[in-house]
Unconditional design. Structure first.
Lengths: 253, 323
């Protein structure tokens, strides 16, 4: 009974933290720059500078990049700003588990990522060729992607004391993943120079997100691989959240 | 009887530096307790250890009998913390800050609204409840930080330098409210640089220096714990106190080029020596007074590094488990 009450208190606490973060940090300049402007610039560089995006990846590319950058940016802004202002201590002395704090923070990032990716999807759809969005299958993939990327941002940022400290490793990871996860090209083409390297892509959450978006916006849908994408994204989320809790506990030492 | 706060052999090291060295303290329920110490003495580290913001290297913290290491959530429900920097959300209003604080502590919606109004009224912030906190003055921010810490009606309140850098009006209001909370039975643990504040408010005071509690008692007893008399002397021009006078003092503090404070157990001889020095050196004593040491003088003696004071510190150091 008491564990149910504690889960309930944690849930309410996590929701309060998430809604506060949305209210306070969504419009902060670093969130707008790294979460919106940066992915747009990156996409345009690929699309217009030296066009290399195949048609079926036009919408997939912009949506997954928006989701990836948006969801992982909020934590990289929130954790350092709250540590500097001392407001993070306010959460740490509240009667909440570390799990509630981490989940609350990750939730704010996930909602930001989901919103930005849906907005980008709506804007980019008319220019993306013969897309066939399957909303009932597209949305779960986007939700799971947002959570996974937000949880990744949490792992990187949970112990950061300033925004640069969080953004530098995060941007490095983002760029590596973008080049290795087949965001703009099918994996076979991307790894044509050395097909054996393709296995690395399956260790990256972005690969599953790209596949889930591509299947549900362009087709063909293969439900078994779509399920694998969802399960993989859920597993990545769980691993990242657990790692974040452990890292947060270490900051108390 | 369960103590409100109990620290058992609390130690904290940062690498090779030991910030808190085996501190034992018991703070009784309803007590107003002050922790005094110079910068870097370990005051804030102790507050962070007690409130769970930092884990001890060794030792235990008990709050109302609950062990911080094993029952942190039970402990955290019982206290409120006002850190040295007012940690508020500057982009939110005072009202939103208070309601957020209520949510963190599971205070029900109706109670949170009622309590917020009550606290805003108590701290004189009701007229500005909708303003962004970023527009508040330092004093207003401090008052709001205390109001937020009181939202869930904690039985223990920790304050780290509560009136540091504030205007007189805010400091007075905060002191009055702390006194009122103390009268209502709230246990208060406060660190401060302002010795007069501790003297005025606290039932007991501990002096911490280099991570050690070097004195612990009521302000009255601490004042009488030193046999020294304080001599304040001012000459008409800059000078040095001769070695012969210094030899008769446990501590000598140079206040200005021509003004000195001397701590001695032998005031009559020191006064005579000072007069004869002035005569022989062709200087005039323009003011001289002898007085019992204030709490600030006691603080200087205990935190000073001269050998006589250190020796006395050792004699007066609270024994393990002392309360």
């Amino acid at each position: 009974m008491s564990s149910f009450r504690s889960i309930g208190e944690d849930f309410m606490g996590a929701m309060s933290i998430a809604s506060k973060d949305m209210r306070v940090y969504y419009l902060k300049p670093p969130a707008i720059f790294y979460g919106l402007m940066f992915p747009i610039s990156l996409y345009l560089a690929f699309q217009m500078g030296r066009p290399c995006i195949v048609p079926e990846y036009r919408l997939t590319g912009i949506v997954t990049i928006a989701c990836f950058f948006g969801a992982s940016t909020i934590e990289a802004v929130v954790f350092p700003l709250e540590r500097t202002a001392g407001t993070f201590d306010r959460l740490m002395i509240a009667p909440l588990s570390l799990r509630a704090i981490v989940v609350g923070k990750a939730l704010a990032g996930a909602v930001f990522g989901l919103l930005t990716s849906l907005i980008f999807a709506a804007i980019a759809s008319p220019f993306s060729g013969a897309i066939q969005v399957q909303p009932l299958l597209f949305i779960p993939g986007m939700v799971l992607s947002s959570i996974a990327f937000s949880a990744l941002g949490t792992v990187i940022s949970v112990s950061a004391n300033d925004i640069t400290q969080a953004m530098m490793p995060l941007n490095l990871i983002r760029l590596i993943m973008i080049f290795m996860s087949g965001v703009f090209l099918p994996l076979e083409e991307e790894y044509a120079f050395m097909p054996s390297l393709q296995n690395i892509a399956y260790a990256l959450p972005l690969t599953y997100s790209v596949d889930a978006v591509r299947q549900t916006t362009w087709g063909p849908i293969r439900i078994e691989t779509l399920l694998i994408d969802w399960v993989a994204l859920a597993l990545f989320s769980t691993v990242f959240i657990i790692a974040s809790i452990k890292l947060l506990r270490r900051t108390l030492r | 009887m369960v103590e409100a706060i109990e620290l058992v052999n609390l130690t904290k090291s940062f690498g090779k530096m030991v910030a808190v060295k085996g501190v034992n303290l018991q703070i009784h329920e309803g007590e107003f307790f002050g922790l005094l110490g110079p910068n870097g003495a370990g005051k804030t580290t102790i507050v962070r250890l007690i409130t769970g913001l930092t884990k001890p290297s060794s030792g235990k913290v008990f709050i109302s009998g609950y062990d911080m290491a094993t029952e942190p959530l039970q402990v955290k429900k019982r206290f409120g913390l006002i850190p040295e920097i007012s940690n508020l959300y500057n982009d939110m209003s005072a009202w939103e800050n208070l309601i957020f604080s209520a949510k963190l502590y599971g205070v029900k919606k109706e109670e949170a609204s009622k309590r917020s109004l009550e606290l805003l009224d108590l701290f004189g912030l009701k007229d500005r409840l909708s303003s962004r906190v970023g527009q508040y003055s330092k004093g207003m921010k401090r008052r709001l930080a205390i109001a937020m810490a009181l939202m869930h009606r904690p039985v223990i309140l920790f304050l780290d330098e509560p009136t540091g850098g504030l205007d007189v009006q805010s400091s007075r209001l905060i002191r009055q409210i702390l006194q009122q909370l103390h009268n209502e039975g709230v246990t208060i643990f406060m660190t401060t640089h302002y010795i007069e504040e501790a003297d005025q408010l606290c039932n007991r005071v501990a002096i911490i220096n280099q991570g050690n509690i070097v004195a612990l008692d009521t302000p009255e007893r601490l004042r009488s714990s030193t046999p020294d008399v304080v001599i304040d002397v001012a000459f008409d021009s800059p000078t040095q106190i001769p070695a012969e006078v210094e030899k008769n003092c446990s501590k000598l503090v140079k206040l200005r080029e021509e003004r000195f404070r001397l701590f001695t157990t032998n005031p009559e001889d020191v006064v005579k020596l000072l007069r004869s020095f002035a005569e022989s050196a062709g200087r005039s004593i323009i003011a001289m007074s002898t007085m019992k040491p204030t709490l600030e003088d006691v603080f200087v003696i205990y935190t000073g590094l001269d050998p006589l004071a250190a020796e006395r510190m050792e004699q007066l150091r609270p024994k393990r488990g002392a309360s």
